[in-house]
Design a protein around this ligand. Structure first.
Ligand SMILES: C[S@@+](CC[C@H](N)C(=O)[O-])C[C@H]1O[C@@H](n2cnc3c(N)ncnc32)[C@H](O)[C@@H]1O
Length: 191
């Protein structure tokens, strides 16, 4: 079958789009059922260095499993992907904070209806003492540097869901998810 690159314009219409990925001894074959790739979210107008892939953020929210009415905080929210994805859960009260004001402005731009509460804050000094769930991919001084302090004092959350770099083990449950050829690991810590 011919390969139609989308780099040089749209592929011809009325065709099924297939995607094949082969990693080690595992092959995945998928057919696109929507007009545009489902991983491309309409809300995402801009991203920042280290922005998480939206389907991975959605998987983190699923593992966080916030109950309706729960307060979910991403204290290093970047462009806001995780709090915005959490809005798929009915009645979740989503909060995104980041130390960098320009980054918080990007997150606000991705949420023009203002459904998430955004604020500039150091993760070490969060605006709240307690939330139900923390879901975050914090900086690990690789792609994004850590500023001030990441670990808050006198703070509690029932569940903490994190993306950690390889080799960092904070205990808890390590859940591998399958995202079309990639197998990122999500850490789930529960109190
Ligand atoms: C890996 S990025 C998060 C990306 C985000 N999940 C997204 O999808 O765009 C890490 C973020 O942590 C922020 N950061 C660094 N040090 C921080 C601190 N002490 N408190 C809060 N945020 C911090 C950076 O500004 C950066 O936006």
């Amino acid at each position: 079958m011919p390969y139609w690159s989308r780099r040089n314009g749209a592929p011809p219409g009325n065709r099924l789009s297939w995607r094949v990925s082969i990693v080690d001894d595992e092959a995945t074959v998928a057919v696109r059922i929507a007009d545009r790739p489902l991983h491309r979210r309409e809300y995402r107008r801009a991203s920042v260095p280290g922005s998480v892939h939206p389907p991975l953020a959605a998987a983190m929210v699923r593992l966080a499993a916030p109950r309706p009415g729960a307060v979910l905080l991403d204290p290093c929210c970047g462009s806001g992907t995780i709090p915005i994805e959490s809005l798929a859960v009915q009645d979740v009260f989503a909060i995104g904070t980041d130390i960098d004001p320009a980054t918080v402005a990007v997150a606000r731009g991705n949420d023009p209806a203002g459904r998430v509460r955004w604020a500039v804050a150091d993760a070490g000094r969060p605006p709240l003492r307690e939330v139900d769930v923390i879901a975050s991919n914090p900086p690990w001084d690789r792609q994004v540097v850590t500023r001030e302090t990441l670990v808050p004092q006198r703070f509690s959350a029932r569940k903490v869901v994190l993306l950690l770099p390889e080799g960092v083990d904070l205990g808890g449950e390590r859940r591998q998810v399958s995202l079309f050829g990639q197998r990122p690991v999500i850490t789930v810590l529960e109190r």
